[in-house]
Design a protein around this ligand. Structure first.
Ligand SMILES: Cc1ncc(COP(=O)(O)O)c(C=O)c1O
Ligand SMILES: [Zn+2]
Length: 376
């Protein structure tokens, strides 16, 4: 079922519209509650589909998978503390988005959708283009014209049409909505199936830690799909009786675009309207998170926090993690910069277990990283 939190109304699962008549995004509740048969899971394919009881499909024939999920969880020493890095940049298209896209495109296929448009800062577009390519769905991706060249070329190579929109990320979102009048707007930010693919990161961390949860999870947040994915995933594990507690969720924003951070600081429930400035963390440059109030309540209920990092901190962190062998994009270095802050402020302790999600590959952003390297 689809559900609108604002109208408190249920809708049948559908692709007739991408949001409720009231303008709010839908949430999705699987028709049967998720189960986690551990012995069966262990023997299955190393993809998100090993948790198939939590990813309901009418028929397995419609599943679109490129081998996403079960990414490495690697121990590392960071600021003198033991940390676990979840290498989600080792995904078929180079970012964590593939988790969400695999389930989302499987649903598009199940509902016989043949043509879609989408807007993205680059990674979700590349991911959607890849999964549409292997399922015969025609795809057009709108990106801001500042998007890293690596991501744009990648989208084109998958056979999708790219529309580069001058201006901000929000201008791109406006342009795609005009184009969505004659085909489905397959927005990863608006469609609730996407978050249910992302939730598999919670299941994986739990499985990889020997069916246990960590104390803390640190994720980047623009729209906040990882915060919400973790919330849904750990909630489902709790409802199934598999876990008792919840990890604390720490969400990291760029100071230059921090509507959630400012709301968290002010103690308010809606994202703050901000004057956004440019950030090298292009993936989290979202001034209007469509599920912002839910992201804020998910972080607060977990006992975590939203924090913000400056441009210099992001760049310094990118250099530092690269020297430990992790080549990530600047958006993901915002997360490690946030991790430094959390450790230095004593918000995360060495006695606790902490998982930090590295979301995007540096290989996609080499054009931008090279310019930054030459400037500094
Ligand atoms: C590499 C990377 N990390 C994190 C994010 C943030 O995702 P969200 O906007 O859902 O918070 C993005 C979004 O594009 C991204 O590309
Ligand atoms: Zn509504």
């Amino acid at each position: 079922m689809f559900y609108c939190n604002k109208c408190n109304k249920y809708f049948s699962e559908n692709f007739n519209r991408w949001c409720c008549d009231c303008g709010a995004p839908f949430s999705y509740t699987p028709s049967v509650s998720s189960q986690f048969p551990k012995n069966k899971i262990k023997g299955r394919n190393q993809t998100i589909w090993r948790y198939q009881e939590a990813l309901p499909m009418e028929s397995k024939e419609e599943i679109v998978s490129l081998g996403e999920g079960l990414t490495p969880l690697i121990p590392s020493l960071f600021e003198g503390q033991k940390i676990l890095f979840k290498l989600d940049y080792i995904s078929p298209t180079g970012s964590y988005k593939d988790r969400g896209t695999s389930f989302f495109v499987s649903k598009l296929k199940e509902h016989k959708i043949r043509k879609v448009v989408e807007d993205s800062s680059g990674n979700a577009g590349a991911s959607l283009a890849a999964y549409c390519a292997c399922s015969g769905i025609s795809c057009e991706i709108f990106v801001p014209d500042y998007t890293s060249a690596g991501k744009v070329v990648q989208i084109e190579m998958y056979g999708a049409r790219v529309r580069r929109i001058p201006g901000s990320r929000e201008d791109t979102a406006k342009a795609v909505k005009r184009a969505a009048r004659d085909c489905y707007y397959a927005s990863h930010n608006w469609n609730p199936y996407f978050l249910h693919g992302i939730k598999t990161i919670a299941f994986e961390i739990w499985e990889q830690l020997g069916w246990k949860i960590p104390d803390n999870i640190v994720v980047p947040a623009g729209q906040g799909s990882l915060v919400l994915g973790c919330q849904i995933g750990f909630n489902e594990l709790k409802s199934a009786g598999e876990i008792e507690n919840f990890p604390r969720i720490f969400a990291v924003q760029a100071e230059n675009c921090a509507p959630l951070y400012q709301a968290f600081q002010k103690g308010v429930t809606e994202p703050v309207t901000i004057q956004k400035k440019e950030t090298i963390a292009e993936g989290i440059s979202s001034a209007f998170p469509v599920r912002g109030s839910k992201v804020l309540s998910a972080v607060r209920n977990s006992g975590g926090a939203v924090i913000a990092v400056g441009e210099k901190e992001i760049w310094e962190s990118l250099k530092k993690v690269s020297k430990s062998g992790f080549y990530i994009e600047p958006t993901s270095a915002a997360t490690t910069a946030g991790l430094s802050q959390l450790i230095n402020k004593g918000m995360i302790k060495s006695t606790e277990s902490t998982v930090v999600v590295l979301t995007g590959s540096g290989l996609k952003a080499t054009d931008k990283i090279r310019i930054l390297k030459e400037k500094k």
